[in-house]
Design a protein around this ligand. Structure first.
Ligand code: GLN
Length: 500
C-alpha cells in the first residue's frame, strides 16, 4: 500500500530520533517545506510526499557532503536531475542522508558524520544504542536512507547503488531496496564513485512506494551520456507488455507461469545458516504460489567480487582526482608550498578507506598491473554478463543474442533469479570496525559482504531486496534479492509487488 506519511510527521520524528540513529546529515527548513515547490509541474503524482536523498546527490537547498570532510561545507549550485523531477512532481525534500564516504563501504561506518545505527530494535522500544558490541550497523553505503525509511522519517529515500549500496542496507534494516538497470535513471548531479557501475536506487517500505517514485524519475536525460535512449526504452516496454500478455496472471499473489532461477553459485561458504533458511523458505513460498523453481548455474560468479573491487577502485581513483583543493571543496591551510596543496588537501580531506581505495585503484591502472589485474577483471565482467544472458528468458537488448555470443546450447531459462541479499543479518558495530592488524585484514574481509550484490552491478541488471523473514537467533531482518534481465525494471517491480 502507498505511504501516507506527511512531511510534518516525518520532520517531528527526525527531530526526536535522529540524534540516536544518525540517519540524516542535514534537515530541510520548515519554511522551505511549507512554501510551494518552485517548478511544480501540472501533474503531481508525488503530491507532498516526504522524500530523503542520499548526500551524494547535488541539491541547491542543502549541502552535499558525500560523507566526506573534503566536501564538508559544499553547496551545489544546481539540483540533480532526479531531485528536479521529484520536486516538479510535488515531492518534498525532507533532508540529506548519511553515507559511507563517496559510497565506499558496506556498513556506513566510514562517514565523516559518524556511523548510522540500525533502528530495528530502537524503533519499537527505544533501546539504548551506545554499546558497540550490541548496536548493529545499518549497512552501507546508503545506510542513512535505509534507516530513515525504517524509522518512518520519510516515505521513500534515494540511494546510490554501485555494488549493493541500496540492496544491502535495505536487507539489514528490513525495507525494500531497488537498484534499477544501469542507465535507467539519470546520474546527472550524482557525485560519481565508479561511473560504469553507479546507479540511482530507491528505498521504501513497500514496492508500491518505490514504483510510484520510480515512474517519476525513470526518464531519458540528455545531460547523462549513459542514459538509456528513448527508442530503446520504448522497445523494452513493448517486450515487457508482450511478456505479460503471454503469461496468464490471475489473482494477485498467484505466480503460475513465472520461472524463477536459483543460481547454485550463490550458495557460498560464508552464507550464514539463518540466511540460507530464509532463502529456502522463500523458494518454497514461491513454489507454493505456483512459480516454477529452476536450478541454474552462473559459472563465473566467483570472479565477481575480485573483478568488482578492481574495476570500481580503478574508476574511483580517476573520478576522485577532481578533488584537488583548487576548484571546490576542502583546501589545505597547512600546505608548506604550492606543490603540496594537492597532497595536503587530499590527505586532510579524504578518510582512510577512501585513501586506501584511491591507492589500490591507481595501482591497478599502472603498467604491468593493468595487464595482470585490470584487463582480466574486464574479461571476467564480460563472462558474468554472458552467464546471466544464458539463463534469462528475455533477451538482453544491449548485445546480440546469437548462439555465438551465448556459446552453444541454451539451458533452461527463467524470468527472474532469486538469491539472498546478504550473507548474514546486520553485523554489530564492533565487528564492523576495522581491526588494527597491520595487514588490514579486517578491511578486506568486509568486502565479502557484497558478494551477493556485485554480480548484478557488473552486468548492469535491475535487482531488488525484499524483506523475507527474520533471524531466529537475533530477530534482525533478512532480505532476499530478485534479479531481472537488463531493462526489465518494470517487470521486476511488478513481480516483486506480488511477492512482498
Ligand atoms: N560496498 C561496495 C563498495 O564499497 C558497494 C558500495 C556501493 O554500492 N556504493 O564498493
Amino acid at each position: 500500500s502507498l505511504s501516507t506519511l506527511t512531511w510534518t510527521d516525518c520532520l517531528d520524528r527526525i527531530y526526536a530520533h535522529n540524534d540516536k540513529i544518525n540517519a540524516f546529515v542535514s534537515i530541510q527548513d520548515k519554511a522551505v517545506l511549507d512554501s510551494p515547490n518552485k517548478q511544480l509541474g501540472e501533474d503531481t503524482p508525488l503530491n507532498n510526499m516526504p522524500i530523503a536523498v542520499k548526500d551524494n546527490f547535488c541539491t541547491s537547498t542543502l549541502p552535499t557532503t558525500c560523507g566526506s570532510n573534503m566536501l564538508k561545507d559544499f553547496m551545489s549550485p544546481y539540483d540533480a536531475t532526479v531531485v528536479d523531477l521529484m520536486s516538479q512532481a510535488g515531492a518534498k525534500l525532507i533532508g540529506k542522508t548519511n553515507m559511507d564516504e563517496f559510497g565506499m563501504g558496506s556498513a556506513n561506518i566510514y562517514s565523516d558524520s559518524g556511523a548510522v545505527k540500525n533502528p530495528w530494535d530502537y524503533k519499537s522500544n527505544h533501546t539504548a544504542l551506545d554499546d558497540p558490541s550490541l548496536v548493529r550497523v545499518a549497512g552501507g553505503s546508503s545506510g542513512g536512507s535505509a534507516a530513515a525509511v525504517a524509522m518512518n522519517m520519510c516515505s521513500v529515500a534515494l540511494g546510490s547503488d554501485t555494488g549493493g549500496s541500496v540492496r544491502l542496507p535495505a536487507a539489514y534494516c528490513g525495507v525494500v531496496g531497488f537498484k534499477p538497470s544501469y542507465g535507467q535513471i539519470s546520474r546527472t548531479g550524482l557525485v560519481a564513485y565508479a561511473n560504469s557501475l553507479d546507479t540511482v536506487g530507491l528505498l521504501g517500505q513497500s514496492v508500491q512506494d518505490i514504483s510510484t517514485v520510480y515512474n517519476v524519475i525513470s526518464r531519458y536525460d540528455e545531460k547523462d551520456p549513459t542514459s538509456i535512449p528513448v527508442d530503446l526504452r520504448t522497445k523494452i516496454v513493448d517486450q515487457e507488455n508482450e511478456l505479460f500478455q503471454n503469461w496468464q496472471v490471475s489473482a494477485s499473489g498467484d505466480l503460475s507461469g513465472l520461472r524463477v532461477g536459483i543460481p547454485n553459485e550463490y550458495y557460498v561458504d560464508q552464507l550464514s545458516s539463518e540466511v540460507l533458511d530464509t532463502w529456502r523458505n522463500g523458494i518454497q513460498s514461491l513454489r507454493d504460489r505456483g512459480a516454477s523453481i529452476v536450478p541454474v548455474s552462473l559459472l563465473h560468479t566467483k570472479y565477481a567480487l575480485p573483478a568488482y573491487y578492481i574495476i570500481a577502485l580503478a574508476e574511483a581513483s580517476s573520478n576522485l582526482a577532481r578533488f584537488d583543493g583548487v576548484r571546490y571543496g576542502h583546501h589545505s591551510q597547512n600546505a608548506s608550498g604550492t606543490d603540496l596543496i594537492y597532497a595536503d588537501t587530499r590527505a586532510e580531506g579524504f578518510g582512510s578507506e577512501v585513501q586506501r581505495r584511491i591507492l589500490l585503484g591507481t595501482h591497478v591502472l599502472t603498467a604491468g598491473t593493468y595487464e595482470s589485474h585490470f584487463l582480466p577483471a574486464q574479461q571476467a565482467r564480460r563472462m558474468i554478463v554472458n552467464d546471466f544472458n544464458k539463463v534469462f528468458l528475455p533477451k538482453n537488448n544491449l548485445i546480440r543474442n546469437d548462439t555465438a555470443t551465448l556459446g552453444g546450447d541454451v539451458p533452461q531459462q527463467v524470468h527472474v533469479l532469486l538469491t539472498p541479499s546478504s550473507i548474514s543479518t546486520a553485523p554489530t558495530l564492533q565487528d564492523s570496525l576495522p581491526t588494527q592488524s597491520k595487514d588490514n585484514h579486517g578491511v578486506v574481509d568486509a568486502y565479502v559482504n557484497d558478494v551477493m550484490t556485485v554480480p548484478a552491478s557488473l552486468a548492469g541488471l535491475p535487482a531488488i531486496t525484499i524483506p523475507f523473514g527474520r533471524s531466529a537467533t537475533n530477530g534482525y531482518p533478512i532480505g532476499l534479492q530478485l534479479i531481472g534481465q537488463y531493462g526489465y525494471d518494470r517487470f521486476l517491480l511488478d513481480i516483486s509487488a506480488r511477492i512482498e
